[in-house]
Design a protein around this ligand. Structure first.
Ligand SMILES: [Zn+2]
Length: 396
């Protein structure tokens, strides 16, 4: 059994393996193939990591869906059933990744199409776990990588569905950051290769600040959401600034490419149309509110914020300052009216500016889901951040 000291040394990168107290091999992309184990043994580890990832991925699917529905993640588990015909799924239909392939993506009973998202989440988790074990070997960092991958996949899944990154995911990542920071205080050794556990402790704190400040500025200009900011703050703490910079760079570059592709895929004039429709609806809604004596107080222009996403509008009552209103505006009816008219609109941020007499204007803004891109960057930063930096500097 590893004792505490060797566990700490392991974290620092002084020794890579808890179980084998041998000199650390030179860090490279394929830490697991360092000749420490016979090749067949290594292959078994990699296959095990893939299977573990697929199984954890199937659990993450549950987390992604239940978190959104505000259901408890643990607790009474209804056995999975087909969303179309309600048939309970047999054990053979619940094997991660494989069942979907064997069933051809259709329900065994009613042949309804099964959403590929379950399969995609399982495969993504399996691949992330596999890459982790290949780059990190059997080390404490590997456990951290598994937890990090899970948190990032849940954050991305929820961001894609709801355009928000839950605090829980950022807190888990910041928690890993605290572990890494504390470990750095005790075991930092400048003569050893830099790693997440082997850097001066303050580099973690600089990482959190250096990354979250520019992202907060992006968010102020509406280029990113608040979720992206707390995600990157947690990631910056974990990675330290030297790894956080390539992580953020990868996330932003991928996001810019992905966002442009998304933008190009939207028919021209969609935004103008959405804006016109929303202005019309907001006007009608405000008229109905005024009939009930509910208006914005004189001299105030209280904006209403929200988003329209996949034809479902989500204007939050919390985004309205009650002090600016005479009476309580009926936001539910506004949401219903927008839903009815804008069912073909996907992903727009919306804000409505109104004064005591009329709706002044409606702004519609394209929103890009940045979470998944940032997650790829963060994970790359964790696994190979230092290598990315050295490749980059060698280029010049
Ligand atoms: Zn079915």
């Amino acid at each position: 059994m590893p004792d505490l000291l060797s566990a700490l040394k392991c974290m620092s990168g002084e020794i890579t393996y808890i179980w084998f107290d041998e000199p650390e091999p030179e860090k490279n992309m394929l830490s697991i193939f360092d000749g420490r184990f016979p090749v067949y043994f290594t292959v078994i580890f990699i296959v095990m990591a893939f299977i573990l990832g697929a199984v954890i991925g199937s659990f993450l699917n549950v987390v992604i869906i239940r978190t959104q529905n505000k259901e408890p993640i643990t607790g009474a588990h209804n056995r999975s059933h087909c969303m179309s015909c309600g048939t309970q799924l047999k054990a053979i239909d619940l094997i991660p990744i494989l069942s979907y392939i064997f069933l051809g993506g259709k329900c065994r009973t009613c042949k309804a199409k099964i959403s590929p998202r379950y399969w995609i989440v399982e495969l993504t988790t399996a691949v992330a776990f596999t890459l982790s074990i290949i780059t990190l070997g059997l080390s404490f960092s590997l456990l951290m990588a598994f937890v990090l991958a899970a948190a990032l996949i849940v954050a991305s899944g929820i961001d894609i569905d709801k355009m928000e990154i839950p605090y829980g995911c950022s807190i888990v990542i910041a928690g890993l950051g605290v572990i890494a920071t504390v470990a750095s205080i005790f075991v930092y050794d400048p003569t050893k290769a830099a790693s997440v556990f082997n850097m001066p402790w303050y580099e973690h704190l600089i990482g959190a600040a250096a990354i979250s400040v520019p992202f907060a500025i992006f968010a102020l200009f509406g280029a990113m959401g608040g979720g992206d900011v707390h995600l990157m703050a947690g990631a910056g703490l974990l990675l330290g600034w030297k790894n956080a910079i390539p992580a953020a760079a990868i996330g932003i570059i991928l996001g810019a490419i992905g966002g442009s592709i998304e933008l190009l895929s939207i028919p021209k004039g969609t935004k103008k149309l959405a804006k016109e429709k929303a202005l019309d609806i907001a006007g009608k809604w405000y008229d109905s509110q005024k009939e009930n004596g509910i208006t914005v107080l004189e001299g105030k222009t209280e904006a209403i914020y929200g988003s329209i996403f996949k034809g479902k509008s989500d204007i939050e009552p919390e985004c309205i300052d009650q002090k600016c209103w005479k009476g309580t505006p009926d936001i539910a009816s506004l949401n219903n009216m927008l839903d009815a008219e804008l069912s073909d609109i996907t992903k727009f941020g919306i804000s409505i500016v109104l004064d005591d007499k009329k709706v002044v204007k409606v702004n519609c803004k394209r929103q890009v889901v940045f979470g998944p891109y940032l997650s790829v960057g963060i994970f790359a930063g964790f696994l190979i951040g230092d290598m990315i930096v050295s490749w980059y500097t060698k280029m010049f």
